[in-house]
Ligand binder design. Structure first.
Ligand code: WT7
Length: 664
């Protein structure tokens, strides 16, 4: 059953449901000014494809589409006889409309005072130069380009330059390891990598280029590396392969005639974790994706391009950054804040200073950050003028009602509607959310499908559940931003998303309809963990652990964590010849194992806790009982253990766990 398997936030959400009576109705003055009107749900439901086509017509099409949707389950093509250029839609058309002087990005570097202002005219010049430089370096339409960069304007420019010449980008989060980078480069057969010497994270320069050098030892077909100088740190240089951005881009021509591409031309790949050790290259295409992100950005955040300052506090290495830092806001000609660092860098009030300094009107972030800010107390936001804010968003994991209420009171000053937006790398854009001014909100609920989206909660057999019941979230009709496949693996695409419930997209999340029929997302029902809104598969971490010579077996679970939503807890058995008898040997090995995971995947995957245990609990058929381990990790009463091969194993692990915690 979904509820039993669903992780982390579920418990909180369920307890919230039990005590939940709170509901906030949109104030009429907000409704009167909102981009979306109350009739929007009905209008879209009457003709979803037609409604999306209307949204698509807000973009500039070089060849307007006449066909809206070709749905050959599970393969969709949207607006497929039309042609457009995503980069032109995000940049050129705003300059052509006389908005060249409008700010596209207020960029804020992590070091104090390190800021840049990029107007749409600046962006156009930078993107044209980069597009010319990439072309000169031999990149052409269809070639995949890996991007491994810090949060600097050049990262956005690199993405838009790739889009402009029809070369799908594959952005790899800068916090990933060399090994994670090389496997992604190899999977998509990228021949070009765009990177930087390093970036600033948590108050210090951190290196990127050395990771690229290490990764490329495994990738002989990469012929070109384009490197931005950001920190000025020393880097190794491979002549003939490596090029400085300031040499080849700055000297390139600033005019570039962009060709239009088919609506279904690949725009980008984004690797995300599934239930196996191998990340999936999620494929997004051009016309449908851009339509989806532009429409959701405009309607969900109620963006008025001439008034708003929009801030998605995320990294462009994740889909949130792609859709709501780059493509959505730029397609709508919005002014955004782009911040290089982490909320913890530069003082605990850094965020509130940014809101105050740039008069941010819309703030979009993850529950994990809200909980961190909450821990730091009410005084910090109270000490700043946050009166510019008018809409708040949440994304990435279930938001617990306490964090929601704190956000509403201390950041939104009870004035700002909160949109809890559910979506995934695969969905391209937001699918479930309230609309400000239109939809009532409840602390912890994502409420209802976006107009033009058909979602449901079904039971084990795929039958819709009634109000007040829980089950699995499914999407029942195609949507423009949907993934078009997994790179190089159509079977896995069908298997992962379209086989659990025939004819429906299976998201992998548990959900519940409350008594009013409003939707609550309850966390993953598969072996995917959600750490601070980052998706990491248990199998991937297990794989990394087993790669260590001392490890015999590993089982990994996501245990609920007050700040990060879930945290990684690993149970490890060592090989017979490895002696971990005394405490210091154990400690040393645990430290080494945590580091192994960080090196193999990236620091975000470093387990919170690793427990060395003589055995793992298994069923009689030899399957590791992860659910049980999760119970242990979360200190829950253990349920039925009779199918266990050796029930004493669990009790022993539970004891070890408690001992370990007493010490810390
Ligand atoms: C998974 C997708 C969406 C961009 C960032 C994460 C969880 C996401 C919510 C939300 C409850 C959420 C789901 C989903 N999730 N937003 N508002 N409420 N859960 O993208 O890495 O592809 O992860 O994040 O479990 O399946 P992602």
């Amino acid at each position: 059953m979904a509820q039993q398997d669903a992780a982390g936030g579920q418990e909180q959400a369920l307890s919230a449901l039990l005590h939940e009576t709170r509901r906030f109705d949109p104030p009429p003055e907000l409704a009167a000014r909102a981009n979306a009107q109350a009739s929007i749900y009905e209008e879209a439901a009457a003709d979803p494809a037609g409604w999306w086509a209307e949204q698509a017509r807000r973009l500039d099409w070089e060849t307007p589409f006449t066909e809206v949707l070709d749905w050959n389950l599970p393969d969709a093509r949207w607006f497929y006889d039309g042609k457009l250029n995503a980069s032109v839609n995000c940049v050129d058309r705003h300059v052509a409309a006389g908005k060249g002087d409008k700010v596209a990005f207020h960029w804020v570097g992590e070091p104090e005072g390190d800021t840049r202002t990029i107007t749409y005219a600046d962006l156009l010049e930078m993107v044209c130069k980069a597009a010319n430089a990439l072309t000169d370096l031999g990149v052409s339409a269809g070639d995949r380009v890996a991007i491994y960069m810090p949060m600097i304007p050049e990262a956005v420019v690199a993405m838009l330059a790739c889009a402009r010449i029809g070369a799908p980008h594959s952005v790899v989060f800068g916090g990933f390891s060399a090994e994670a980078l090389s496997s992604r480069i190899l999977d998509a057969d990228c021949r070009t990598v765009i990177t930087a010497d390093g970036g600033y994270r948590r108050g210090a320069p951190s290196a990127l280029k050395p990771h690229v050098d290490e990764a490329l030892e495994q990738c002989p077909t990469v012929s070109t590396v384009l490197c931005v100088r950001r920190t000025g740190q020393e880097v190794e240089w491979t002549e003939g392969r490596d090029h400085w951005w300031h040499d080849v881009v700055d000297s390139a021509s600033s005019t570039h005639e962009a060709a239009a591409f088919d609506a279904e031309h690949p725009l980008y790949l984004m690797y995300t974790s599934g239930t196996t050790a191998k990340p999936k290259g999620i494929l997004h295409t051009t016309g449908g994706y851009l339509t989806h992100v532009a429409a959701t950005h405009r309607l969900i955040f109620d963006v008025k391009p001439d008034e708003d300052v929009f801030w998605t506090a995320a990294d462009i290495g994740w889909v949130t950054g792609h859709s709501y830092i780059v493509y959505g806001p730029l397609a709508n000609g919005t002014t955004s804040v782009m911040y290089e660092g982490t909320p913890t860098a530069g003082g605990r009030d850094r965020w509130w200073r940014i809101v105050e300094d740039y008069k941010v009107t819309i703030l979009y972030t993850a529950p994990t950050t809200i909980r961190t800010l909450m821990k730091w107390g009410e005084d910090l936001p109270a000490g700043h003028d946050l009166s510019s804010l008018r809409v708040l968003g949440s994304v990435g994991e279930p938001i617990n009602p306490e964090a929601w209420m704190w956000y509403r009171k201390n950041v939104g000053r009870t004035r700002c509607p909160i949109v809890d937006t559910w979506w995934q790398t695969e969905t391209g854009g937001i699918l479930i959310t309230p609309l400000p001014g239109i939809t009532s909100t409840k602390p912890g609920a994502a409420m209802r499908p976006f107009p033009g989206i058909s979602a449901d909660v079904v039971d084990n057999d795929g039958r819709p559940v009634g109000n007040g019941e829980g089950g699995y979230l499914v999407i029942t009709q195609p949507w423009p931003g949907m993934l078009r496949g997994i790179w190089g693996d159509h079977d896995r695409y069908v298997q992962t998303y379209w086989s659990r419930f025939p004819g429906m997209y299976f998201a992998g999340d548990g959900a519940k309809k409350d008594d009013d029929g409003d939707l609550w997302l309850l966390g993953r029902v598969d072996d995917v963990m959600n750490i601070s809104g980052h998706r990491i598969s248990t199998t991937e971490v297990e794989h990394a652990l087993v790669g260590h010579p001392s490890v015999a077996e590993a089982a990994v679970v996501g245990a609920s964590d007050e700040t990060t939503g879930q945290a990684i807890v690993a149970f490890v058995t060592v090989k017979g010849n490895v002696a971990v008898e005394d405490e210091s040997a154990t400690e040393a090995l645990v430290a080494e194992l945590r580091q192994t995971v960080a090196t193999t995947i990236g620091p975000i995957a470093r387990p919170r806790q690793i427990l060395l245990t003589p055995e793992l609990p298994k069923t009689r058929s030899g399957k590791i009982m992860r659910r049980l381990l999760r119970d242990v990790a979360e200190h829950r009463e253990l349920g039925d253990v009779t199918t266990l091969m050796d029930p004493t194993v669990v009790n022993m692990i539970g004891e070890k766990m408690r001992e370990g915690e007493d010490e810390t």
